[in-house]
Design a protein around this ligand. Sequence first.
Ligand SMILES: *[C@@H]1O[C@H](CO)[C@@H](O)[C@H](O)[C@H]1NC(C)=O
Length: 328
Amino acid sequence: MLSGIGPAQHLQEKGIPVIKDSPGVGKNLQDHIAVGGLTFLIDPKIAIVMNRLVNINSALRYALTEDGPLTTSIGLEAVGFISTKYANQTDDWPDIEFMLTSASVNADGGQQVARAHGLTDEFYKEIYEPINFKDSFSVFPMMLRPKSRGEIKLRSKDPFDYPLLYHNYLTHPHDVDVLREGLKAAIAYGQTQTFKRFGARLHNPPLPNCKHLPLYTDEYWECAIRQYTLSIYHYSCTAKMGPPSDPNAVVDPELRVYGVSGLRVIDASIMPTITNGNINAPVIMIGEKGADMVKNYWLGQRYQRRKKRRADRILVTSFNSTSINQSI
Ligand SMILES: *[C@@H]1O[C@H](CO)[C@@H](O)[C@H](O)[C@H]1NC(C)=O
């Protein structure tokens, strides 16, 4: 948009000369969001707890033997996929991903994680301070196919100004439904015999702004979701690939920007809809595929030129001088 490719009216408002009016640029913003803070306390001292993880012993152990608690993947141990009742039960296409962590927001006493999750001090104090540094695990139900759509706009034509980000999370009722059912499934998961062996129990005091609702009803969980849902930072889809008939398509199936020559977009923004899982591998695939298409284009041209030169030479060597003159 700063370069002049985007919705013409918006660019003009910001004083940017329009190179190509492309109404889809910045639209169709999608992301994965998950319910946060779902905490199960456990008895054994096996979870990630900050003062047990970050100390001189674990630093020495890591330095000397390259193992121990500092080798963990910041607690994200495993993922799992389930279908809620809103997914098609026969086509094996889950709509929720569980992110399973061997810690919860209480593990560092409210210092960093609570801030990263955007919790207010009051909220943290009321819900998590009583279990500061206690051993726990957490399940983050992440919605895979959001129906809400957001938008990115420019604040100004100054590239150092942050853009305006309208995520519009949970504006489509379907997204709330799926997260609610994912949340219930996560609670059931934490209550299985497997976790009971560790003394797993849900830490579930009523949330500050949901106390007016009957506890643990659908209405209560919907309120809880609106209290504590977080981005998994999978922002994507704002320069979507599509056929020329779609006015909001920004790039063609070879990732070339419609109406601008010599320009491709090769990143998460070209996804028409967000992929059904963590986007890291798909983004690498887009990068690889895009690189191949660039390579094929240029190598293809060079190959064509080389082939033509070779054909000329063959022509030159296989004819007498008269026909050489003719062929030249
Ligand atoms: C559910 O999935 C099956 C198998 O892919 C498909 O045949 C069917 O049409 C789908 N149903 C709905 C309601 O989308």
